[in-house]
Write a protein that binds this ligand. Structure first.
Ligand SMILES: [Cu+2]
Length: 137
């Protein structure tokens, strides 16, 4: 009887250890994926065109880092919804974009450019483009 109970608690401890190891593995793979995304974002150079999709009432990716001279193209890939792109600090706007329509802007100066979709501003449809100088590496 006593031995049996000890066996049960031992199994419980092994289960706990297993769960901890699994959680750690998931966290590590999540971090690796996030790192890959960042590398992709930075792999732009002058003259490149980088696409941002408008889908499910959000910008994807909603944060993007590009180098000076890069053109960003917003593409509406919704089935029905229309969106726009509005940069409040500069009062630059795309006008309404219906499904399959797109709009481009070339960034010639380094800086942080925050924007949002005017019809869905209150629903969190925001994005930011970080424009950085091209490194000499
Ligand atoms: Cu929108």
């Amino acid at each position: 009887m006593f031995i049996q109970e000890e066996g049960v608690s031992m199994n419980k401890r092994l289960l706990t250890l297993g769960a901890t190891a699994l959680t750690t593995a998931l966290l590590l793979s999540g971090a690796a994926l996030a790192g890959d995304d960042k590398d992709q974002d930075q792999a732009t150079s002058e003259g490149d065109v980088v696409e941002v999709e408008m889908v499910d009432n959000r910008f994807k990716p909603d944060e993007l880092e590009v180098t000076v001279g890069t053109t960003v193209r917003w593409v509406n890939v919704e089935r029905r919804s229309n969106h726009d792109i509005y940069f409040p600090e500069e009062d630059i706007k795309s006008g309404r974009l219906f499904p399959e329509e797109s709009w481009e802007r070339t960034f010639d100066e380094a800086g942080t450019y925050e924007y949002y979709c005017q019809p869905h501003e209150n629903r969190g449809m925001h994005g930011v483009i970080r424009v950085v100088e091209e490194s000499d590496e």
